[in-house]
Design a protein around this ligand. Structure first.
Ligand code: SF4
Ligand code: SF4
Length: 363
């Protein structure tokens, strides 16, 4: 039976430090952190203010970093965001201010090493600091995501791969939701976080994982030494059936997790937490080109909002986005429905829609 702690805290620095200090003390009891190399892995999605709730909140990162420093650890806070630079996210996202008095900065991972994830994925580049750390503390954001349903602990670790590798992994697997989940689980197996704390203090609900989602003050922190158990508990707390989430399901099926959790804390369920748009494109890889183009759910650009920032076409794993001075155009035949463009567009210029022919067919 795996222990998962459920705590509640408002977005207030002192209270967060108290709650997170309690979580770390309890769950890392027996670990000697003096001089240990600790890597804190937040979720850095994009360069927007903390109020957008798309990144792990800077005060959550600060509280955990401060606790580790107090234990005498050597702490590094790092991530590989897909598009924006860590420096820009640090500045716009409030991390520079939050970490200033700790004499600590948010950094990009410095180097990678080849890690064998086993078949069918083979060898991938993964951040060396994360692979070799004495201890990794995983700090995902609780947020909705069309591709995965929810993004939590296991999914956060894909950020240990450099951006180009994250994109190529999506290209390799995203048409097949099961393969994508298996890849995330394989990465999690290699990183083996000592502690995962999901930041749901201000969670993101609705059309996440980007700025189209809405911040929701759940005041929730879910923590444990077993990332799968933390994800399962978190999903339940926001009204999701963990068995309906591919990552949770595959963790059980592949034997990463026996499904047994002992939750400690206030187990009240936010049943009205808004889910993401339904993933009606699962299995699209097997569909005909005609179906992909005219029937299947897909990302659609609103070129009146597009600022031609390039985030979507530079990170599209399928090369499905063309641009001109008039805006962007998405080739629905090439698109693998990973929804990366939707999640990364900073101007809300991409929506997820079902074409008219698809809607009529569904009726
Ligand atoms: S659609 Fe969004 S992400 Fe793509 S170029 Fe336009 S503003 Fe940037
Ligand atoms: S167009 Fe968008 S959803 Fe389609 S493959 Fe590219 S990034 Fe993914």
């Amino acid at each position: 039976m795996t222990l998962v702690l459920i705590e509640h805290s408002p977005l207030e620095e002192r209270l967060l430090e108290e709650k997170l200090g309690h979580i770390c003390t309890r769950l890392l009891a027996g670990r000697n952190l003096r001089s240990a190399n600790v890597v804190i892995k937040p979720h850095l999605h994009m360069a927007v203010p903390a109020a957008e709730a798309v990144n792990t909140h800077p005060l959550v990162v600060r509280a955990v970093a401060r606790w580790c420093l107090q234990q005498g650890a050597r702490v590094r806070i790092a991530d590989y965001p897909v598009y924006d630079s860590v420096d820009t996210i640090a500045r716009k996202g409030g991390y520079v201010d939050a970490l200033a008095d700790l004499d600590m900065e948010l950094k990009t991972f410095l180097a990678t090493e080849k890690v064998d994830l086993g078949p069918p994925f083979g060898t991938k580049n993964i951040a060396r600091e994360a692979v070799r750390a004495d201890l990794v503390i995983n700090l995902p954001k609780l947020k909705t995501d069309t591709l995965q349903g929810l993004r939590m602990g296991v999914a956060n670790l894909i950020g240990c791969l450099p951006p180009e590798d994250q994109i190529s992994c999506l290209a390799e697997t995203a048409f097949d939701r099961r393969a994508w989940a298996d890849l995330l689980l394989a990465v999690c197996r290699k990183i083996r976080p000592a502690l995962t704390i999901v930041d749901g203090v201000v969670a993101l609900e609705g059309h996440g994982p980007g700025v189209a989602g809405k911040g929701r003050r759940l005041q929730l922190l879910v923590a444990g030494t077993n990332t799968y158990a933390v994800d399962k508990t978190t999903a339940t707390l926001v009204g999701f059936d963990p068995g309906g989430l591919m990552i949770c399901r595959r963790a059980r099926e592949k034997g990463d997790f026996d499904g047994k959790v002992r939750a400690s804390g206030n187990f009240s369920i936010a049943a009205d937490f808004k889910p993401p748009p339904a993933d009606l494109a699962a299995g699209a890889g097997q569909r005909s080109l005609r179906e992909k183009k005219y029937f299947l759910q897909r990302p659609v650009a609103d070129n009146r909002r597009c600022k031609l920032c390039s985030a979507c076409w530079q990170t599209c794993p399928a090369g499905a986005i063309a641009f001109s001075t008039k805006g962007i155009r998405i080739d629905a035949g090439k698109c693998i429905r990973c929804y990366q463009c939707f999640g990364l567009c900073p101007h809300g210029a991409i929506a997820i829609k079902i074409p008219l022919a698809g809607r009529l067919k569904m009726k």
